[in-house]
Write a protein that binds this ligand. Sequence first.
Ligand code: SF4
Length: 518
Amino acid sequence: MSLAIADPTEIAPSPAALRPDGTPRSYTVRTLGCQMNVHDSERLSGSLEAAGYVAAEDADAADVVVINTCAVRENAAKKLYGSLGTLAGVKRQREGMQIAVGGCLAQKDQGEIVAKAPWVDVVFGTHNMGSLPVLLERARHNAEAQIEILESLEVFPSTLPTKRDSASSGWVSISVGCNNTCTFCIVPSLRGKEKDRRPGDILAEVRALVDDGAIEVTLLGQNVNTYGVEFGDRQAFGKLLRAMGEIEGLERVRFTSPHPAAFTDDVIAAMAETPNAMPQLHMPLQSGSDAVLKAMRRSYRSKRFLGILDAVRARIPHAAITTDIIVGFPGETEEDFQETLRVVEASRFSSAFTFQYSIRPGTPAAEMPDQLPKAVVQERYERLLALQERISHEENLAQIGRTLEVLVAVGEGKKDAATRRLSGRAEDNRLVHFALPEGAEEPRPGDVVTVEVTSAAPHFLIADSAVAATPRYAVRRTRAGDAWDRRQAESCGVPAPAAASGSAPRVVSLGLPALRTR
Ligand code: SF4
C-alpha cells in the first residue's frame, strides 16, 4: 500500500538549536554517496533550519556536524570512521558540539557506530531523517547518545522541509526502496521494499519547485521505471513523464535510474513525445556477460540491453546514454570480461561510471566463491577505462559543430576563472564550457545560452563560438536566473532586481536570428 503522506511534515522549533546566549547553533551536512543521498541531505538541512539551526558559514566551525553516509560505495566505512576520528579531536576543543551520523551505513551498522566512536551523539537511519532535530535535542538533554533506526518508512522523505542547493534544478523522489535483489547490492536490505509516492503528490511537489524558480527537475528512485508497482499500474512511469510535459515553466525533465529489465516501449514513447523530457538516459549495464548478469541476479541479458539502446536511439537520435559497470564480479572469466568490452563497444555510451568489484559485507555476492584477485580486477578495469575513454572522446568529437542550449550552472567548471569561460549542462546533460563575447554581461546561473561546440575532450565539450570569426552566442534570461538573483539579494540583504523573464525576455544575440522563449 502507498504511504498516505500528502501533508508536509511539521518540524517544531528546537530549544537545542540555541546556544546559551540565545544565538542559533550552526550546522553542516557532509554527504557521502549517490544522488539519493545528496537529495536526502537537502532534506536534513531543511529539517534542521525548520528547527532553528543555521547553516555554518565555515563548515569547520559548525556546532553540529551531520554525516550522511553511504554503504554502497567502496571504503564507505573507512571514510566514515576516518572523518569521525578527526572530529573527535575537534569536539574535545569545542564545547557543545554535536555529531550525528545518518544514511545507509547508519541503517546497517546501527549501534556499532557508537561502540566504535562513543563521541557520536546521534545515529539515525534512512527511514527517519525527520527525527534528527528531536534526536539532537534528546542527546543534549539526556547527555547520552541517541540511536534511532526504523525498519520501515513512516514518513516519505519528500514531505520534510528542504533546503535546495540550486535555484534552477531540483530533485524529486518518486519512490524509495527496491524490490530487486541484485547480489552485489545492499540497498534492498537498507532502504526496504519499493514504496511509491502518489502521482498527485509528485506533481504538486514539481509544481512547487517550478513556482520557486526551478526549470529543471530530476525524478529519483532506486528503480524509477518500476514506479507504480505498489498501486498496480505498470505504465505509471510513462504516464508520469507525460504529465511532466504539461507543467508550464518546466523546461528540463530527467530521471535516474531505470532498470533495463523493466524498461518498456511506453517509457521510450513518453520520452520521445514529451518535449521537456531530455534526450538523456542513464541505463546501468553492470556487465556485458549473460553468465555474470545471471550471477548478479539481473534479469535482462546483453541482447535485450542493446535492443533497448537501439529503440531509444531510433526515437531520440541525439540521446546521450550513460551507464554503470562493475568489473571483476566473483567468477568473472576473461571471456565474460570480453563480453563486457563487446557490449560497451556496441553501446557507444557517452560516459560510464566504472567500478571495481569489492566485497560489501551483507550482500550475497560477498559470500560467493571465486572472488578475483585485486590485480586481475585492476588490469581489467584499466582496459575497460581505456576503451570507454576512447568512445567518450569519439562521441564528444562528433558533437563539434552542433548548436546546443546550455543551462548555466555554478561550480561545474573548476578552471573557469583561469580559462575565462562559464560552464553548464547541455540538454543531453553533457558538460559544456563556453567563452563569453568580449565585454558581454555574464549570464546568471539558471539562464540558458545558445552556443556551438568548437572542440571536445572525453569528459566535456568546449563551445567557444562566441569568440569565433563568425560569432554564435545568445543568452535567454530565465525564471531560474531571476530566482538566483533573488537568492543573492536575500543573502546580501539588498532588494532583488526586477524579474527579467516574466516580462519580455532580454536576449543578447550575436549571430543567431531568433530564440524561443519558454
Ligand atoms: S535494482 Fe539492483 S542495484 Fe538497483 S537498487 Fe535494486 S537491488 Fe540495488
